[in-house]
Design a protein around this ligand. Structure first.
Ligand code: PPE
Length: 304
């Protein structure tokens, strides 16, 4: 990872190497923390903009609400802090990682310690490789199920939830695949370790609805809007693994993964085994939108 100059920690910008927390930070032990992943892009006119910053910060506060955490800064302050950090680091593009965590004080699962907040920013290229973005990735259905709604609450982007993602991703990568696809507790397709999933069949786009145990992805939401505006029919419903094998096209979405085509699942070629026309169209409009080249989506950008 390439170091930046500053990290915003509890209200001020500190040097990258000084952004430290105590080893008895509650969140390190129990995973009870919330976070976001946000991208900033250079826009076509030579400026820079953060993609859907208010929506990401709202989700951070929603995640905190779900886990009964009080974030000690108003949303507007964190909004400004994200922009301040990017400017201080002179980063025209990059990834932002705001985290709110229970700090140091008492120990024990139920201890309620002072909440600490930081925002780090760094350059991050294609999450599932440049080649994956262009030609599609190979995915594997995981032996790990996505968290059941009564086991954990995946509407919240909680640090501890990512043990499940980590196990699924490592299993897939160690088996020679690029990414894992997790099923829900009933066996229906849910999402990737860090991405939502979409399937195209006979010209219609399908994705699990938010009644499934999936993160309410902001890229997912952007893709639904783009598909609607392109006049492509979209159905939000769950589907099975074999239905997915028979898809014409498959792709994953996420802030880090952006819009990544999937060309193979469990050694079954998907469609023609290369990114299909609908995937390519959605990907193209998405990348134009983040780079400020789609006037109709200009409200998604916060320039800095
Ligand atoms: N599902 C999961 C489980 C998930 O972690 C992400 C984001 C998404 C769906 C897509 O959500 P959105 O980014 O709002 O479109 N995963 C973040 C973390 C990746 C990481 O490795 O760290 C991300 O993409 O930033």
């Amino acid at each position: 990872m390439k170091k930046a100059d500053k990290i915003w920690l509890d209200g001020k910008l500190v040097d990258w190497d000084d952004a430290r927390v105590h080893v008895l930070t509650h969140t390190i032990h129990y995973g009870v923390g919330v976070f976001e992943g946000i991208r900033a892009y250079r826009t076509a006119d030579g400026r820079s903009a953060v993609f859907r910053l208010p929506e990401h910060l709202q989700r951070l506060f929603d995640s905190a609400h779900i886990i009964l955490m009080e974030v000690p800064f108003p949303l507007e302050r964190l909004h400004e802090a994200c922009l301040e950090t990017l400017r201080a680091n002179r980063q025209p593009e990059g990834y932002l990682r705001p985290v709110a965590m229970y700090g140091y004080g008492s120990m024990g699962v139920g201890a309620i310690n002072p909440v600490q907040v930081f925002i780090a920013t760094w350059p991050w290229g294609a999450y599932l490789s440049d080649d994956g973005l262009k030609r599609g990735i190979r995915a594997k259905v995981s032996s790990f199920a996505r968290l059941h709604v009564n086991v954990n609450m995946v509407r919240a982007k909680v640090s501890g939830q990512y043990v499940n993602s980590f196990l699924a991703n490592r299993e897939a990568v160690l088996a020679g695949y690029d990414e894992a696809i997790l099923l829900d507790g009933e066996g229906y397709v849910a999402e990737g370790s860090g991405e939502n999933i979409f399937m195209v069949k006979n010209g219609t786009i399908f994705t699990p609805s938010l009644a499934s145990p999936v993160l309410a992805g902001i890229t997912r939401d952007s893709v639904l809007r783009i598909a609607g505006d392109l006049g492509i029919p979209v159905v939000e419903q769950k589907f099975t693994r074999d239905t997915m094998y028979l898809a014409d096209e498959l792709f994953m979405t996420g802030t880090a993964a952006e819009v990544t085509p999937v060309r193979e699942v469990d050694n079954r070629r998907i469609g023609a085994g290369q990114p299909g026309p609908i995937t390519k169209k959605i990907q193209d409009v998405f990348f134009r939108a983040v780079h400020g080249e789609e006037q109709r989506y200009s409200e998604w950008l916060t320039y800095y």
